[in-house]
Design a protein around this ligand. Structure first.
Ligand code: ADP
Ligand code: SF4
Length: 688
């Protein structure tokens, strides 16, 4: 650990902790939490304040809001965006700015107008567009803006900027990307205006220029003006890469900070299955040279060496982060103190984004305390000291590892046993599948923590039976034995087994994960709808198997739309030569024929199949738990004399087969609350 500032000066990472002047304000270091959605926004202000404050406490030099609507004509309901419509919104946002300032960080706010993208389901105000254009999801179109509307928009933006300054923000954004209103004006295709806001590039960028100038004149004395800009344009139909560069050349001097992104959101915040760390560099690096202004850009940076490389090569001045700051709010502190092995690296799974997309507060696979800072009073780096005693954890998957890690920190004597020869459970197995290598970080972070704890012992190759658990005599027992994929087809679609089903040709993901692969012509039946069915399809296709992927949904891996992976997933299957049939269920499998039934009409047809892989649902592996507790009884129903003092509970997939994030959270909560009373989570609600 680096104990004092002298040591930091000698650290190779010292450049990351240099101050950076941004117009009239100065960032205390180069680590910058860019605006990112939270699923909290105006709906969960206390949850939001505590979460942002935690980032500042963890050492991020700048902490920004999510997209913050400037007016009721930009209402993204049901997604909980931030809002700054009138002075009534000031209190919540000021609370965030104050909380961020309390830890010495700067607070940034991303002013936003959604334009045609939103449908204003809550406010019922007609949405505004450069022309009348369909909304992103709903069957409504925007109102074409006339000159008066543009003048109004400029007034709203200016008033919002003044309010943001009043709330205490240091950096105020103008936001002309990601398909929102200002980017509609930049678009050659959408912008068909014949007035001074349409036609030439000069005209199309007029609104952006005006908003930058007006924001600067309104608040520029005290606040920095930032622009969030897609450096490679908005796609060839809208603003090509050359035009994008021309805009930067023309307006480069106006903002104090260029926060650069790229046009393809699937790539900008791509999952680790498809996009590597630092992938945006080649398309954004020119902005700093052209403008001479400070530049920030994301890249899912978790390695301080990669961050350093960005600074040394002059790509950016500030290292932008959304996901790495979610996975580890204390990443800057850990780099500063030389505790690199303590960094909880983002695995690039986009479960955080999926929750926001579902309208729920952020959750994170790596950081179970994300979103729980206010609700549960959890701190990502601190856990309460335990009441003492010993704990046996059976199963070293994500749930068991996280529980062992937290209980070890709390001072318990922990024994963690697993039947397998390696720790990690499902993440060790799944991380060997195509594209999932980074998921092993869930295991590696926790193993590296517990390996340094003298009070935690890991026993591999140790299958535990009921008698072993009883003989062990621990004060507490956590059963984290996971779940098994079903072999009968029961799942979302079928409440009963598929029949007939020739079992000799039936495979499950567990078979594939353990190396038992089907050959010949294989039908994968995906009723799970997330990543595993498609990833297995890619794996088998890569092994030369002829694969037909069938799903009860209308798209490949339909739920992965929420993790921003669906389109790339479907493209990958197409590129691997996988036959795709959607909106069908596997109805039967015998005599080398798989019968597929249309989910709408029930009409069937047969396809040749030597084997089927059923990705339907899982059954908790709870036999050990059941043997230890009274049948049908609750968590503490232990009657055997050896276990009379012990508490026994299930955690992770053994309790509830779900996401890896759910298993980690389950292990964390059980471990945090062990030996104490269960804490009721706080609720944010409007009371009348
Ligand atoms: P989770 O996601 O809940 O952590 P996993 O399926 O990833 O669950 O991990 C469960 C782990 O439990 C696996 O590594 C498996 O080897 C282990 N396991 C299952 N049954 C036993 C048992 N009886 N004794 C020891 N380990 C077990
Ligand atoms: Fe990273 Fe996944 Fe956590 Fe998001 S949920 S921050 S992608 S580890």
């Amino acid at each position: 650990m680096l104990e004092n500032s002298n040591m930091l000066e000698k650290s190779r990472y010292a450049p990351l902790f240099e101050r950076v002047r941004i117009g009239p304000v100065t960032a205390p270091n180069r680590l910058y939490q860019v605006p990112h959605c939270t699923g909290m926004g105006h709906a969960l202000p206390q949850t939001l304040v505590a979460m942002r404050a935690m980032k500042a406490e963890g050492g991020w030099g700048v902490v920004c809001t999510e997209y913050c609507s400037i007016h009721p004509s930009s209402d993204d309901h049901p997604y909980p965006f931030a809002s700054l419509w009138d002075d009534g919104d000031l209190g919540n946002l000021a609370a965030m700015a104050d909380a961020v300032h309390a830890h010495g960080a700067l607070a940034g706010i991303e002013l936003w107008h959604g334009g045609s993208y939103v449908a204003n389901l809550s406010t019922r105000v007609p949405s505004l567009g450069v022309r009348s254009t369909p909304a992103r999801i709903d069957p409504v179109q925007s109102q074409r803006m006339d000159r008066r509307d543009i003048r109004e928009l400029r007034r709203w933006h200016r008033e919002a900027a003044l309010r943001a300054r009043k709330a205490g923000f240091d950096i105020i954004y103008v936001y002309p990307s990601h398909g929102y209103l200002i980017s509609e004006f930049l678009s050659r295709s959408l912008n068909d205006r014949t007035d001074e806001y349409g036609g030439s590039l000069e005209n199309r960028m007029r609104l952006l220029r005006e908003l930058l100038e007006e924001t600067r004149s309104a608040v520029g004395d005290r606040c920095a003006v930032a622009v969030r800009y897609a450096a490679n344009g908005l796609g060839d139909d809208h603003l090509n890469a050359d035009e994008a560069r021309d805009v930067v050349a023309a307006l480069g001097h106006l903002p104090d900070l260029w926060d650069v992104v790229i046009a393809d959101y699937d790539e900008e915040m791509g999952s680790s299955r498809f996009v590597d760390e630092g992938a945006l560099e080649d398309r954004v690096a020119y902005v700093r040279k052209l403008t001479g202004k400070p530049v920030v850009c994301v890249g899912r940076f978790t390695s301080p060496d990669s961050m350093l490389g960005q600074i040394k090569r002059g790509v950016v001045d500030l290292i932008g982060a959304a996901r790495p700051s979610i996975a580890d709010p204390f990443l800057p502190t850990k780099v500063r103190e030389g505790r690199l092995e303590d960094i909880r690296e983002c695995i690039g799974c986009n479960i955080c984004y999926a929750h926001d997309f579902r309208g729920s507060a952020l959750r994170c696979t790596q950081n179970p305390t994300m979103g729980e800072e206010w609700r549960s009073g959890w701190h990502p780096e601190r856990v309460p000291v335990g009441t003492g005693g010993s704990v046996l954890i059976v199963g070293a998957g994500p749930a068991g590892l996280e529980a062992a890690h937290v209980l070890g920190k709390r001072g318990y004597e922990v024994a963690l046993a697993d039947a397998a020869k390696e720790a990690g459970g499902r993440v060790s197995l799944e991380s060997r599948l195509p594209g999932l290598a980074q998921w092993a970080r869930v295991r590696d972070y926790r193993l590296s923590q517990i390996n340094r704890m003298p009070n935690v012992a890991l026993y591999l190759d140790s299958r535990m039976q009921e008698s072993d658990v009883r003989a062990f005599g621990a004060d507490h027992v956590l059963i984290a034995t996971g779940a098994r994929w079903r072999r009968d087809g029961i799942g979302r679609w079928y409440p009963r087994p598929i029949a007939p089903l020739n079992q000799s040709g039936v495979y499950t993901p567990d078979d594939v994960l353990s190396g038992r692969l089907p050959g010949g012509e294989v039908v994968i039946f995906d009723d799970d709808h997330y990543y595993l069915g498609p990833v297995i399809a890619i794996k088998l296709a890569g092994e030369g198997v002829r694969v037909r992927y069938v799903t009860t949904e209308g798209r490949v891996g339909a739920w992965s739309q929420y993790t921003q992976e669906q389109e790339r997933t479907q493209r990958a299957l197409i590129e691997h030569g996988v036959e795709i049939e959607v909106n069908v269920a596997l109805a039967a499998f015998e005599h080398s024929i798989a019968t597929l039934a249309c989910v709408f009409s029930g009409r069937t047809h047969g396809v040749p199949a030597s084997a089927v892989v059923l990705v339907t649902s899982r059954e908790p592996d709870e036999a050990l738990y059941r043997a230890l507790v009274d049948a049908g009884d609750g968590e503490l129903g232990v009657t055997a004399p050896q276990l009379r003092r012990a508490s026994v509970q299930r955690i992770g997939d053994c309790l509830q087969p779900a996401l890896i994030a759910t298993a980690v959270y389950s292990g964390h909560r059980a471990a945090r609350e062990l030996g104490g009373t269960e804490q009721a989570a706080r609720r944010e609600r409007v009371l009348i």
